[in-house]
Design a binder for this molecule. Sequence first.
Ligand SMILES: [Ca+2]
Ligand SMILES: [Ca+2]
Length: 553
Amino acid sequence: MNTRTLVRLRRPSGVCLLGAIVVAGWAQLSVTAAGAATKAAQRPATSASANAERSSAVRAPKPVAAVGADTPAAAQSAHASDERRRPNILFIAIDDLNDWTGFLGGHPQVKTPHLDRLARESIVFTRAYCSAPACNPSRASLLCGMRPSTSGVYHNDNPWRPQMPDTATLFQHFTAHGYKVHGGGKLFHNSFNDRASWEVYWSRPKDPEPSGKPLNGIAGAAQFDWGPLEATDAEMGDAKLTDWAAEFLKQKHDRPFLLAVGYIRPHLPWYVPRKYFDDFPLDGVQLPQVTADDLDDVPPAGVRIAKPDGDHAKVLATNNWHRAVQGYLASIEFVDAQVGRLLDAFRASPHASDTIVVVWGDHGWHLGEKQHWRKFALWEEATRVPLLIRPAGQAGRGGRCERTVSLLDLYPTLCEMSGLPVPKHCEGDSIKRLVEQPEAAWDRPAVTTHGYKNHAVRSERWRYIRYADGSEELYDHQNDPLEWTNLASRDELKAVKDELARQLPKIDREEGPRAGARAGPRRRAAQAAAAAAWPPNVRDYFAREWYGEFDRD
Ligand SMILES: [Ca+2]
Ligand SMILES: [Ca+2]
């Protein structure tokens, strides 16, 4: 098959030009417009036709080596006989949602009736943790099946593909085994979407913006802002994403599908329609439980991560703590309403009985606990995530699993639940057994990594943190669920620490290259200068795959 498709490319200056995407052989994608990054492919749609163009540009995946077969064609043929009984997968990611859901009980006032209903039909993993407490490394780890400490992808500005150039992502693996894989919204981190992973990718439109930013009065805080939006739900990007996914679900499909839907709220900024703010009157908003001296027993490496003089000081100085909690609660209720609409469409669809539904959040979030805000830390608040798995054809048979599991486990789990081989590169363990028997024995703790050689190990009872400089924290969740008392220096707990330390990663790969910010011409020029020192594979990657402005959050 040789086809030639014209697509509109946008230079960083905003000037549009026509470039050619050549789709050759088994649909290998390469951009031929000299030096033009294909930012347009990841931009929100400005019109239906622009979106259709974009879909055609990403419709054809690159060849993927199918695991367990020599070629994709062989894999498809080898597994064709199984396909009829393979389940579909509805794969729902929610950006920056911590344990503030009804089914996890992270905050007493949260309103998530739609997620809670799904939770009652699902296995709820009450101790699920991310591999990394930031969007890009968490998602790269989940979707590639590898630990951050193996890939060297630790931060939001580490492009992941050059670190794992030949790794079949979850989506590529399912494509290679005959699945129809469509995605919309945020699945990979913003700047580092992986076009090779999609048969069809749908760009989520941007949200309406309030006038008079910042609404919270914190100057220069960029996305660190919150307040009610004079807009309807239907105008919001996440609502349009829901419409797109619901349309897909209405249709019949000739192959099993994996539909990936990536919601962006409750990621900052917390601008959602006013009615959601009205549901949490400010004078009744409850702050998280904190203790003023919590950082006193945290080693300097941990205090540097908490940055008490950063966001927390600004929030206090501007009297914003209640408003921030209100904004997060409102954003969560908003995204819950969108998930509810998606699930209504799903339940009314022809696929309601033969589809696995998975919901996950990419990491936790602090709202002032340990004087810390956002993710980017190794404590419970930044690492605990919602994780629901509703097996196909088992609606109504929910359960709760208290074992420690990791988002790293999702790739092999979905393979096993769908009858696909698990690729050798996957470092997680399938938790299919726990989906079937939530009480089953399980002795593996969850490991979270934040930056080179900073790790947390979470067992059902303990959290052990070791920073790159060797300093430590140890918390006993049986007696201290808020992690207020660091026990790492207690002699009588040395054996506990040693046991947990045995679970630390055996490999600590050096951090991969960082992408510089590309906001303005000066920063772009600085990046170009820096790029001269990059290894050729990273330069090639950026020429080919750079889609958007880099986003620190
Ligand atoms: Ca995130
Ligand atoms: Ca403390």
